[in-house]
Design a protein around this ligand. Structure first.
Ligand code: SF4
Ligand code: SF4
Ligand code: FES
Length: 234
């Protein structure tokens, strides 16, 4: 069995660990091995281990990734791995970032569904083949992992920028025929920290583990906010 040489970011410094390499080993397996067998004080976060919860994202050899679905064979450079916390977020300890600002931005982008139906109403029928349904479905599988947010250089330069995940969520709801907060949501994403700040770098889209394109959603928001402004609604 060969050995992986793993550098783990801990505060301002890196610590090195030797971890046995195994078949089908994920980056999360490596971190778990270190915490269970080499240093129980290592802090990291995960929950589902199957790509559902979005809590295990870290920086792996320089790029943000979900670690439970990233195999060591995909990312190791020879026998070397470097693991750190996600970029663009405050670090609580070791590999654990504070996600509050990330999710506060979802709230600022009006990222929650606001229905207009009442309990006694029949349920809404949205045709699966409709364009709006297609656009809404394109971004619905977001797991809130923060990978796109960590990949975005505009977030790095402008901490007020709402970022790709919150804007993707706003776009998804904007295309939800049942939602009743469209005007409010467009106003929320139209400001300086909103969709116009995106430089279309595509890093978010390249990195999203769920194959979502926040860039496409943000382009849609740019068009929608411009049209609303021309109608005098913003
Ligand atoms: S496309 Fe926009 S949101 Fe995505 S990484 Fe680039 S600047 Fe950030
Ligand atoms: S859009 Fe993709 S990368 Fe961004 S939070 Fe959602 S799942 Fe993660
Ligand atoms: S542990 Fe849940 S997505 Fe990785």
């Amino acid at each position: 069995m060969s050995t992986l040489r793993v550098r783990v970011r801990r505060g301002d410094a890196f610590e090195e660990f030797d971890v046995p390499r195994r078949e089908s080993q994920t980056v999360l397996d490596v971190v778990t091995h270190i915490q269970r067998h080499l240093d129980p004080t290592l802090a990291y976060r995960y929950a589902c281990r199957v790509g559902m919860c979005g809590s295990c994202a870290m920086t792996v050899n320089g790029a943000p990734r979900w670690t439970c679905r990233t195999h060591v064979d995909q990312v190791a450079q020879g026998d070397r791995l470097e693991i750190g916390p996600l970029r663009n977020l405050p670090v609580i300890r070791d590999l654990v970032t504070d996600m509050r600002e990330f999710f506060d931005k979802w709230a600022r982008a009006q990222g929650r569904f606001r229905g207009r139906s009442r309990r006694a109403d029949d349920f809404a029928r949205v045709a699966p083949a409709s364009a709006a349904r297609r656009l809404a479905d394109a971004g619905i599988e977001c797991i809130g992992c923060g990978v796109c947010y960590a990949a975005c250089d505009v977030v790095a330069q402008n901490p007020a920028y709402l970022g790709p995940a919150a804007l993707n969520r706003a776009w998804t709801l904007l295309n939800d025929a049942r939602d009743a907060a469209q005007g409010e949501r467009l106003r929320a994403v139209a400001g300086d920290a909103g969709c116009q700040a995106c430089h279309t770098h595509l890093s978010c889209t390249e990195r999203c583990p769920k194959a979502i394109s926040p860039t496409a959603g943000i382009a849609g928001l740019k068009r929608a906010t411009l049209a609303a402004a021309l109608r005098g609604e913003l």
